[in-house]
Design a protein around this ligand. Structure first.
Ligand SMILES: *Cc1c(COP(=O)(O)O)cnc(C)c1O
Length: 389
């Protein structure tokens, strides 16, 4: 039996819970991103933090993308998975000396620098290794991403990047640092942005800043506008691939690149979210006073987004075609926030049924924890249904 995209008979033989990745969908998504970016000569660095599963990373690396990393371990994982160091960028507000040294030793493409003290430390550590290091300034453009406050990053109140008002002083310091070369400017305004028009004010800000840096005598070769494109959590079957054509077109129409400047993107969620599902079983059906609960063998430890951001993931009973009933779908963890959906219509559930939590490919497996001393679920792939060790 199959139901929707799921080979239920095969999945039924696997110990639950587990992450299931539709590799064909991932490859199709990567193909479309490649087609759309090559129209304009744009360059895409996959944001490793969305999903650093080894097979997922290797698949994306094999498609020719670069990597956007936010820790030393991500830099290491990306390079081990086949991303060339020359296509790795490294962001993050708290890079330690150890992480900076590691990235220097790998000769990554560029550091996206988020503060003056960080810039000075990169300069000093580069000097010790007698290297000149390429840096881009992460600038906080004070642009509202119109998304959940926990995933908004481009407002003045957020901790990320240089504020606009600090830039005159920053360029003064930059001119005195011997071991860093400013090659570009970098932005990332937030995540799960579904209205592509939201990126227009960012483009306008970039255009203004281009003039500022030119006046200051900097010849920027690289502009990086980060990631943030959202996906359709409500209807993953209807929209398995986001509107990449519309997204890149907004930048093409609104952002003015100078001669030979390269435009970089760092998409994460939009590349991997829809290819992943968390598959679990119903452990018990519990009848409460006014509700019935479907209690699963997976919980917030394996997919924390609903508990952390009040995020919605579509839930399906892939073992049943019985008439629908209403359930609160919950996990076994000792926290009330361990609830996936409430008053939710599912085909009638029985103990042992397989449940799919959809759109779990981004910020799912990578955020898994062992709270309650649970095992971290294994990952399985549509093209070879055996566990990754
Ligand atoms: C998280 C992050 C991204 C990716 O964001 P998505 O919403 O997953 O596309 C890109 N760049 C930086 C600097 C990030 O922190």
């Amino acid at each position: 039996m199959t139901k929707g995209i799921f080979p239920v008979d095969k999945l039924d033989k696997i110990e639950t819970p587990f992450y299931y990745y539709d590799i064909e969908l991932l490859k199709k998504t990567l193909d479309i991103v490649k087609t759309e970016t090559s129209k304009y000569g744009y360059s895409q660095h996959y944001a490793v933090k969305a999903n650093a599963n080894r097979t997922i990373l290797a698949t994306i690396a094999a498609a020719g993308f670069g990597a956007d990393c936010v820790s030393g371990n991500e830099v290491k994982a990306a390079i081990n998975a086949g991303f060339p160091a020359s296509k790795v960028v490294f962001a993050g507000v708290g890079k330690t000396d150890k992480e900076i040294n590691l990235a220097l030793d790998y000769d990554i493409f560029c550091f996206n620098v988020e503060s003056l003290p960080e810039l000075e430390v990169i300069n000093e550590l580069s000097g010790k290794k007698n290297k000149r290091t390429k840096v881009a300034l992460r600038i906080n453009p004070n642009v509202d991403a119109h998304t959940h406050e926990y995933i908004t990053t481009g407002l003045n109140e957020n901790k990320f990047g240089f504020s606009l008002s600090s830039l005159p002083n920053v360029v003064k310091v930059l001119k005195e640092l011997q071991y860093v070369d400013l090659i570009g400017i970098h932005f990332h305004i937030g995540s799960q942005i579904t209205e592509v028009e939201t990126f227009k004010p960012l483009c306008e800000k970039v255009n203004e800043l281009q003039t500022f840096f030119e006046k200051e005598g900097f010849d920027l070769t690289d502009i990086n506008v980060g990631g943030g494109l959202g996906i359709d959590y409500d209807d993953p079957n209807a929209n398995p691939i986001p509107d990449f054509a519309g997204y890149f077109a907004i930048f093409n129409q609104n952002l003015q690149l100078k001669n030979k400047q390269k435009l970089h993107f760092e998409l994460g969620r939009s590349i991997v979210a829809q290819c992943g599902s968390l598959i679990a079983r119903v452990t018990y059906i519990k009848h409460g006073e006014s509700k019935q609960f479907a209690i699963l063998d997976t919980g917030m430890t394996d997919l924390i987004r609903p508990a952390l951001y009040q995020a919605y993931h579509k839930v399906e009973n892939i073992s049943s075609n019985l008439p629908e009933q209403k359930y609160d779908v919950v996990g076994p963890i000792c926290e009330s926030s361990d609830t996936f959906v409430k008053d939710y219509s599912l085909n009638e559930c029985k103990r042992g049924d397989l449940i799919a939590l959809r759109s779990a490919g981004a910020y799912g497996e990578i955020m898994a924890s062992q709270y309650n001393l649970r095992d971290i679920p294994k990952a399985y792939f549509s093209n070879k249904l055996q566990a990754e060790e």
